[in-house]
Write a protein that binds this ligand. Structure first.
Ligand SMILES: O=C[C@H](O)[C@H](O)[C@H](O)COP(=O)(O)O
Length: 228
């Protein structure tokens, strides 16, 4: 029986095949944040010299990339990336996701938006029928914390401030329990419209294109359904 850590390693290793496909001296790839993304970054060390470098979705990932000798680029200097590789807290079979367990959701959404293909790497425990068991992270501007929390309560959620945590952007995270996520794309838009919310952790308007989900019997690949 493989441990969760071994499963994450398998998913991370599987994503390296996508790096093989796009590797070229002028290619920059997008890199996510979290324990699974960390394993992918470690694997990327072998690509030093075969790719130009990477854009990181957090200070943490940037430091890890740099520690492996991978050049880290400012997104402002990169117009396009063939792939963005990142983990998820939950993913459904439409490849919609909840992300932000590590608090990096805003930069993740931004970096992913510049990539052609979003490749989600995770162990199979992240695959769910309906999202929402994992509390939905929402990054808020500090002065809007209570104003946003009141609206979120009206929407049926129970927000909890992530204590002692500040995002790389200097903001706060509300972790929201109890949201009914029946229409992830609609809810993502509704939350985007609330003043003070920088980003919400639903990645449904732009979900993943490919999911590599490690199971006890190998890595299962899911592709985004055409209508999602
Ligand atoms: O902010 C963190 C990210 O959205 C991560 O991708 C997510 O939390 C999954 O992390 P992990 O691979 O550690 O489960």
């Amino acid at each position: 029986m493989l441990s969760q850590q071994e499963l994450k390693q398998q998913a991370a290793d599987a994503a390296l095949q996508f790096v093989d496909e796009v590797a070229a001296p002028d290619v920059v790839i997008g890199v996510g944040t979290g324990s699974t993304a960390d394993l992918f970054i470690d694997g990327l060390a072998a690509y030093q010299g075969r790719i130009r470098g990477a854009v990181a979705s957090s200070e943490r990932s940037a430091a890890r990339l740099a520690s492996h000798g991978i050049e880290v680029f400012d997104l402002n200097d990169v117009a396009w990336m063939p792939i963005y590789v990142d983990g998820a807290d939950e993913i459904d079979d439409h490849l919609h996701m909840i992300k932000g367990g590590g608090g990096a959701l805003t930069r993740e959404k931004i970096v992913a938006s510049v990539a052609e293909k979003f490749i989600c790497i995770a162990d199979e425990s992240k695959l769910v029928e309906h999202m929402g068991t994992f509390p939905l992270p929402i990054e808020v501007i500090p002065m809007a914390r209570e104003a946003v929390a009141r609206i979120v309560r009206l929407l049926g959620g129970t927000p909890n401030l992530r204590a002692g945590f500040t995002t790389d952007n200097g903001n706060m995270i509300l972790d929201v329990k109890g949201m009914r996520i029946t229409e992830p794309q609609g809810l993502e838009k509704v939350l985007n419209d609330i003043p003070g919310i920088v980003t919400n952790g639903l990645f449904a308007l732009r979900g993943a294109d490919v999911a590599l989900l490690a199971t006890q019997s190998g890595v299962r690949r899911l592709d985004k359904p055409r209508h999602a």
